[in-house]
Design a protein around this ligand. Structure first.
Ligand SMILES: Cc1ncc(COP(=O)(O)O)c(C=O)c1O
Length: 362
């Protein structure tokens, strides 16, 4: 007789490297309920289509945009790809000779690798510019890189490796002066930045589009990312006709997609925006500062955590020994340890991590 094996997912206790987290219990329930719905065909699956509009409206509220356009993507990767896609199509439509232009996009080296995917697939040149001493886009370099063929400038609000926020208003001015559009990647930072003094949102600068992921700090189940746009034309630039569906057009990169992400995102945001997210930000920023302090006391070089993400120098031997202890940790491109204080990361688990660190170093 064949044995039935029901695997269980790993728990989050020792996961310090991920930008995903445990979904809020209400979000989990809602996701299960809507698992078999398809927001890719909104005329047929109308309930989940209404929920998707709710999700976009709440994401607009979080990011300072009164009348938002967009949709729930599969994650930050899709949101970034579609932002580049829309900007390229719009630049092409704006040009005197549509179809014949070569477009480029400008972004700091700190930009997420999803932008490399976008550039490659969409046939646009990616011009990466250096970051300054604080890992933020160097504005002089951005200014020097843009030209008449620049379709989009991308700034990061909460960078993947150091949790830094680029000077979004200044970058937007550079982009718009060059007749380019401005996209902000707040995939990771979007649910914590509202509680900081950073200028990053649609209310802080006339940015054109944004990536913000409920499945990261928003505590929605995977897959739930978000693409937001100030103008309807951005989403329209992505739309294709869909003859065999009840709906007539589709602006998403994926076709059929589960309603789980949409319903989970709405439930998580209903539960947590804004008080729950504010508390989460405070707790995790305090955890990041605690970890940074404790590492520094041990003589380890630490990059100051301006958002809940700690980067520190650690020898390869120590790093590997901690991985052998089942800690799920990762490194930056420069080889530093990177710990992301996501909602599942407790003070107790950081203390256990430090105890293991002391043991493997002794
Ligand atoms: C800043 C940033 N943008 C985009 C992404 C890609 O998001 P996803 O993995 O959900 O596609 C990440 C992933 O960590 C990220 O940190």
């Amino acid at each position: 007789m064949q044995r039935v094996r029901q695997p269980t997912p790993q728990d989050f206790d020792r996961v310090l490297s991920s930008m995903c987290t445990e979904p809020h219990p209400r979000a989990h329930e809602a996701a299960v309920e809507f698992l078999a719905t398809n927001p890719g065909d909104p005329a047929t699956y109308q309930t989940v289509a209404d929920l998707e509009q709710e999700a976009v409206d709440t994401l607009g509220e979080i990011t300072g945009l009164d009348d938002p356009f967009g949709y729930v993507t599969s994650g930050g990767t899709e949101a970034n790809i579609q932002a580049v896609h829309a900007a390229r199509n719009r630049a092409d439509a704006d040009s005197d000779a549509p179809g014949s232009d070569e477009h480029n996009i400008v972004a700091p080296t700190s930009v997420h690798f999803s932008v490399n995917k976008a550039a490659e697939m969409l046939g646009v040149e990616l011009r990466t510019v250096p970051v300054d001493d604080d890992y933020r886009a160097d504005l002089d370099a951005v200014e020097a890189a843009v030209d008449d063929d620049t379709a989009l400038v991308i700034g990061v609000a909460g960078s993947t490796e150091y949790g830094r926020v680029d000077a979004i208003p200044a970058m937007t001015e550079i982009a718009h002066d060059a007749s380019a559009r401005m996209h902000v990647d707040a995939s990771w930072g979007g649910f914590i930045l509202p509680f900081t003094d950073y200028e990053w949102s649609f209310a802080d600068a006339p940015i054109d589009s944004m990536a913000i992921d409920p499945h990261k700090f928003g505590q929605a189940p995977v897959p739930a990312g978000g693409l937001l746009a100030r103008e309807r034309a951005t989403v329209d630039a992505l739309a294709v006709d869909t003859p065999y569906l009840e709906s007539t057009s589709q602006a998403t990169l994926t076709g059929t997609r589960s309603g789980a992400g949409v319903a989970g995102a709405v439930a998580a945001m209903d539960e947590l925006w804004p008080a729950g997210y504010r508390q989460q930000y405070r707790d995790q920023q305090a955890n990041a500062e605690f970890l940074a302090r404790e590492l520094a006391v041990r003589g380890i070089d630490v990059v100051e955590p301006t958002l809940p993400l700690v980067t520190a120098s650690l020898s390869t031997a120590t790093f590997e020994a901690l991985r052998d202890e089942e800690w799920r940790i990762a490194r930056t491109a420069a080889g530093e340890l990177r710990v992301v204080c996501m909602p599942h990361v407790s003070r107790a688990s950081l203390e256990a991590f430090l105890a293991d660190l002391d043991r493997v170093r002794s």
